[in-house]
Write a protein that binds this ligand. Structure first.
Ligand code: VGL
Ligand code: ZN
Length: 209
């Protein structure tokens, strides 16, 4: 069954998750087909008045970098103060080319670029809360003060930052919609299927562009 087409309301916000060079082919944490979704994201964004972009923005000392855990391999999991944390290749390092928004992204009317993952000791997949689940980014307040009620998510990666952001949106009292066509997954240990099952269980709605 294909999802119903997205019908945009005035109190919707499009949240474009981490459309960055390092998450596209050739980048440090490349997601297969990551670059392919940029034209569709541009097209979808053109239909929204309210657009937020998130930007993964790590210091070199980030706790989620395998390089900061001697002997550990990327894509393994370690226990940190807030629980299990997957280790990644160094990516989206502050100020580097890989951290830049993808050159094919053309969303000039976006009013907020929200950086996340800038603390050394806590990673941040979600646009709302860091991975400790308590440190807020401030996005809920921003959206509430603007009267926005439904968050529509596209971007990278479907099974990590898009998933956590959509689920936290629900926790924060927003409606949450994901457009899978305009997202791509890393798919580590069946994490794409797990994300889709979790969306269905929690009430994250899927929509077609
Ligand atoms: C992401 C892993 C590490 C994402 C960011 O954008 O999904 N995944 N950092
Ligand atoms: Zn990251």
């Amino acid at each position: 069954m294909s999802p119903l087409p997205l019908v945009i309301r005035p109190d919707d916000v499009l949240i474009v998750i981490d459309p960055q060079v390092d998450f596209c082919p050739g980048g440090a944490l490349a997601v297969a087909g990551g670059d392919e979704i940029m034209p569709l994201i541009n097209q979808i964004a053109g239909r929204f008045e309210h657009v937020v972009i998130t930007q993964d923005w790590h210091p070199r000392e980030q706790i989620s970098f395998a390089s900061n855990h001697p002997g550990a391999e990327p894509f393994s999991v370690v226990e940190v103060a807030y629980g299990p944390q997957t280790l990644w290749p160094d990516h989206c390092v502050q100020g580097t080319r890989g951290a830049q928004l993808h050159p094919a992204l053309d969303v000039t009317h976006a009013q907020l670029v929200l950086r996340k993952g800038y603390h050394r000791e806590v990673d941040s997949y979600s646009a709302f809360f860091e991975n400790d689940k308590v440190t807020a980014t401030g996005l809920s307040g921003y959206l509430r003060q603007r009267g926005l009620k439904r968050c529509v998510f596209v971007g990278l990666a479907l099974d990590f930052c898009v998933r956590c952001s959509a689920e936290d949106a629900l926790t924060e009292g927003f409606e949450a919609v994901v457009v899978p066509q305009a997202s791509r997954a890393i798919d580590l240990d069946s994490s794409e299927a797990a994300a889709m099952a979790s969306f269905a269980a929690r009430g994250v709605v899927l929509a077609a562009a």
